[in-house]
Design a protein around this ligand. Sequence first.
Ligand SMILES: [Zn+2]
Ligand SMILES: [Zn+2]
Ligand SMILES: [Zn+2]
Ligand SMILES: [Zn+2]
Ligand SMILES: [Zn+2]
Length: 346
Amino acid sequence: MNGSLSRRLFTAGVGCAAATAGARTRICEVCGRRLPRQSYVYAGKTVCSQECIDALRPKCSICGNIIRGNYIKADGKIYCGEACFRTTLPKCEICNQPVEQGFSITQHRYCANCVEKQPICFSCGLPGANPTRLKDGRDICNDCMRRAVKTQDAAQPHYEHALRQLEAWTSLTIATVPALVLIDRDEMRRLSKKIRQSNSPVSIRGLYSRQVMMSKRGLFGAWKEEPSLAQEKIYIVDHLSDEVFRVAATHELMHDLIHEHFPRLEEAPLWVQEGICQQATAEFCRRRNYSDTLHGIENCPDPDYGDGYRYIHGLSGFRGWAGLRRWMETVDVAALPETAIIMPAK
Ligand SMILES: [Zn+2]
Ligand SMILES: [Zn+2]
Ligand SMILES: [Zn+2]
Ligand SMILES: [Zn+2]
Ligand SMILES: [Zn+2]
């Protein structure tokens, strides 16, 4: 994502005096007037005056000034100097300086300096200008902070919105909707440690209580306790932006939908459920034009969330929910690989 513009330095030609006697023509090739005794040749043309030479010189595409010496050429356009050229460069989203060589992600541009110095926002995953540091150490960018979901009351309507969207996409209903619990990152880390052993950099934004139960069962072999329906919970970290919150809620609610309608997948490797949940989330992002979040899902390096999504998307990408549903109902769960190696092209 490291981009630089190709540009080259040129020098405008210098006009030279020519004896009238040697001129090919009797009239100025620019203005059409009779050539005086002293005429000039510039860029292969015989002209009458300095003004007519200037008419043949390159002009800066920004300020319009006539170029007599060095100039810059980039993308087929001519610039009189560094100052005019730099006005055409994209600006860094954080420091507002022109970026000739820096980083871009979806429609965002950053200079190398800001990418190095600014903390990454926990909510949107982008470098943040003047971020707010929360008590648990998370940095939240201005943009996300303005739209942050901070309280249980504020979260509830977004949660219900995500639920309606998911039920519409799948044409299925979640009979018992898990209770939403807003928690901070320390609590999330404590809870999620039970299901994620890897040191993967994925920052966990949401968690489904039944996943915690499943891993307990794995750990102790004969773990028998099932959570009562009233205990079913979805945990989401506070201070996500409304957009990122709805995305996290969609992912966790999809876990519950799988639990209710496709219990056969409960024995599948972790990447299968995570991949399906990310697929549901990506569909939500596509419908709502959440391009940054979608980019994050598609390019996630995590073996469960990222590779899992790419595997599932490879199966269902062109057939949508109907295709994915058929796969979930018919796949030979015992034959699924432990890791989401990408499907070979059929
Ligand atoms: Zn002339
Ligand atoms: Zn200029
Ligand atoms: Zn910058
Ligand atoms: Zn942010
Ligand atoms: Zn998940």
